[in-house]
Ligand binder design. Sequence first.
Ligand code: FEO
Length: 401
Amino acid sequence: MGRISERIRYVGVNDLQKVIFEGMWPLPFGVSYNSYLVISDKVALIDTVEAGFAAEYMDNIRKELGDRKVDYLVVNHMEPDHSSLIRLVREAWPDVRIVGNAKTVPMIKGYHGIADNIHIVKEGDSISLGDCTLTFYMAPMVHWPETMVTYLNEEKTLFSGDAFGTFGAVDGGIQDQTARLMGSSDSALDTFDAFRDEMRRYYSNIVGKFGQTVQAALKKLSGLEISRICATHGPVWEKNIPEVISYYDRLSRYDADNGVCIAYASMYGNTAAAAKALAAALEERGVECVLHNLCTENVSYAYRDVFKYNTLVVGSPTYNNDIFPPAYGFMYGVCARLVKNRRFAAFGSFTWAGASVKLLNEMASRAGMELISDGLSFPQAYSKEKCDMEALADKIAASLK
Ligand code: FEO
């Protein structure tokens, strides 16, 4: 997959071994760690890859460079999935000049013990490689403080770090003209459509809290003419650039489709029965909805759909006079992501005293969500009489009109 253009070569890797990314997020389709060479009179390497891929990575670089050396290593982002092999690159080419910003420097020292031959760049600084120039723009908190992007002026190419990245290993060539989501059953989909759900899951799981700073970065980048986006995960975007930028814009504004994400946790099946009754009632009314069981699924998928739909309904039994922990953990994560512009409702069973619905409503209200109803708290076993999901579905359907 090496050649992107005469100057730009892909030297990244697909990770199909890792099951859980960052110790939290499942990888049903794997993930790619993207790194790029810009080859001119001088050679720049943009970011590295995860620690376990040293041999494959160095092989990829040497296939493109032969005996030539790497002159610059640009560090757009210090998270270890992209920075783990900095020391290896320095060992392979001892004169390599590491390019980062002031916030990168202590991180390189702390992770790798490297403090020498570092070139510190500021907003708008450039480095000439000979017949082409790299320009650097700071993108703080997208999603770490040191994050920056690198622009290859002559090819209108943005090396964007994690921005515009996605979960999912890449098959069929790295560029979006041919790239496919590895392991996907639907090969007929356009590349952006094939990756859209994994992009939203990546965004919501990892970047979700930083909507405001992503918006600031998008505003800054809107002044650049961009014909190619080389992110650190997923395909290189060329033909799908309008869709990808517009989708990141929507996600970072917390803009969402009309529909309902029902996320529930249940100890003995009563709150689960209520969740399923609500889903059925919504379907009868033609309202799009998805159901997530927080006890059996990784929460990654529910966050993905919190960023898809404008209405969130959470079910939790009362446990220790509190919210049941799987539902609390989920709701904590929603609030931590500063999710905005959502309508909310809660439901759940209790045996001797109800607390979960009231506490969920309080969390949602503090997060600025609009309560559609007071919630449905019901004693002991679920029944239609005790927990009127038809009425809640009516309210939700009316709120979505
Ligand atoms: Fe892919 Fe923030 O690292």
